[in-house]
Design a protein around this ligand. Structure first.
Ligand code: FDA
Length: 404
């Protein structure tokens, strides 16, 4: 039987980071992952360049059933702390958009950095290795693994969420949480494209591939989200940053609201154009929106499309403008975990200590990263949560009183 101060299960963003810090604090750490390849999600993230943090990350960009939970960890390990680490490892990076930081080279540099930090901490890594069982054993834990039994005073669950099952996602973390009496906040795909009923979407299928800036809103009260980002039409529905962002706020059965011309005062522009131009409405609209969208929009309104502007009533123009500025749509679903960047919901934070990520009722058991019910917006926030929750946990882990 091999013994460790801490076993970290899941060698993704949170697990690698936690293991490295704990190892460097002098703990004897075992890191286990069942996947063949290391940290695949980091590798594919940010289009292969890993949007590793967001300069402006703070609690406001996270959703949780317990919104204050993430404050402590985020305050104690900030984007600036991670940027300093990236600089120490001489990884070149740039800011792309709204505080989002990406590697100039590739995501592999972040993986190599995390591995190096683990090496500095003398972390033992078993991968691929399946964990068959985690059980309470006295004051510590006993694990049954492919490579034999393991004893540890502390266990850290860092197995992430359910998105992208083909690269190793599993429900392991939720099962362990339930086994030890933790509640799970319902999980659902988030940062995911939205789909629509095929018949309702048929008029827009021809727009697949079209991208334009839009405003999108969903939800109400404290659970309301609104984003001004690019929108992308797909064969089955809508995607692009605007939709990925709003998908986290969207609840099945509810509508989303889109402004397809957020930069224009359309009612004023169209009524003004009526006084100054004899063009057909379609040509006028194509100056304000992508032509394909203008044509598709008016194809469903032939009574307007073919008339010169002066022949249209003000009421018709303001109604058309209002429809474009407040397009209400009822998604039928999402593209699911196959395409979702993250899983919303997860281990209920009311059962965890926000300083250490430790279970409130099972001393020594910790949950970090995406498996926890803390979900960030698109833009580097989810990695920042992985780093911050991992750091909070790693700093709280204790070496065994009797050396292992
Ligand atoms: P992560 O998923 O990284 O790691 C979990 C690990 O646990 C995996 O290695 C898995 O193999 C392992 N595991 C699972 N079950 C196990 C079991 N039963 N036994 C042993 N091991 C097990 N975020 C961001 O901030 N910026 C970005 O650019 C992107 N881009 C992006 C693109 C795409 C396509 C996706 C799918 C996701 C992103 N994300 C992102 C989200 C980000 O990747 C995610 O939030 C973090 O990787 C979560 O880190 P964790 O360590 O919690 O889980």
């Amino acid at each position: 039987m091999q013994s460790f101060d801490a076993v970290v299960i899941g060698a993704g963003a949170a697990g690698l980071f936690c293991a490295g810090i704990a190892g460097q604090r002098g703990l004897k750490v075992l890191l286990i992952d069942h996947a063949d390849k290391l940290a695949e999600k980091i590798r594919i993230s940010g289009g292969g360049r890993c949007n590793f943090t967001n300069r402006d990350a703070g609690p406001a960009q996270f959703l949780s059933g317990n919104p204050h939970f993430c404050r402590s960890a985020l305050a104690r390990y900030t984007p600036q702390d991670f940027i300093a680490l990236v600089k120490r490892h001489r990884i070149a990076f740039h800011e792309k958009h709204k505080g989002q930081l990406f590697c100039d080279g590739s995501s592999d540099e972040i993986i190599a950095m995390l591995l190096r930090e683990c090496e500095l901490g003398g972390v033992t890594r078993w991968q691929p290795c399946v964990v068959h069982e985690v059980r309470r054993d006295g004051d510590g834990f006993g694990l049954a693994t492919d490579r034999g039994p393991v004893a540890s005073t502390q266990v850290v669950i860092a197995t992430g969420g359910l998105s992208i099952p083909k690269i190793g996602a599993s429900d392991f973390g939720y099962r362990v949480a339930r086994q030890f009496g933790h509640r799970i906040v319902d999980t659902r795909p988030a940062l995911v494209p939205l789909t629509f009923d095929a018949a309702a979407w048929a008029p827009f299928v021809a727009l697949a591939g079209l991208s334009l800036p839009a405003s999108v809103a969903a939800g109400s009260g404290k659970a309301r989200g609104e984003f001004h980002e690019d929108l992308l039409f797909t064969h089955r529905g809508l995607s692009g940053p605007a939709i990925l962002q709003i998908s986290t706020f969207w609840q099945p059965g509810s509508a989303i609201r889109l402004d397809l011309a957020p930069e224009h005062d359309l009612p004023a522009l169209l009524t003004h154009a009526k006084k100054t131009s004899r063009r057909h409405l379609g040509n006028e609209l194509a100056e304000l929106l992508p032509r394909r969208l203008a044509e598709t929009w008016l194809a469903g309104r032939p009574e307007l499309a073919q008339r010169p502007l002066p022949e249209l009533r003000d009421r018709e123009l303001t109604q058309l403008a209002a429809d474009l500025k407040r397009w209400e749509l009822l998604p039928s679903g999402t593209e699911g975990y196959r395409k979702a960047e993250v899983t919303a919901g997860g281990v209920d934070t009311r059962g965890l200590d926000s300083q250490s990520m430790q279970s409130c009722h099972v001393p020594g058991l910790h949950f970090i990263g995406e498996v926890v019910d803390v979900t960030g917006w698109l833009g580097g926030y989810n990695f920042q949560w992985a780093w911050a929750s991992a750091a909070a946990c790693a700093r709280s882990l204790a070496p065994a009183l009797v050396p292992q």
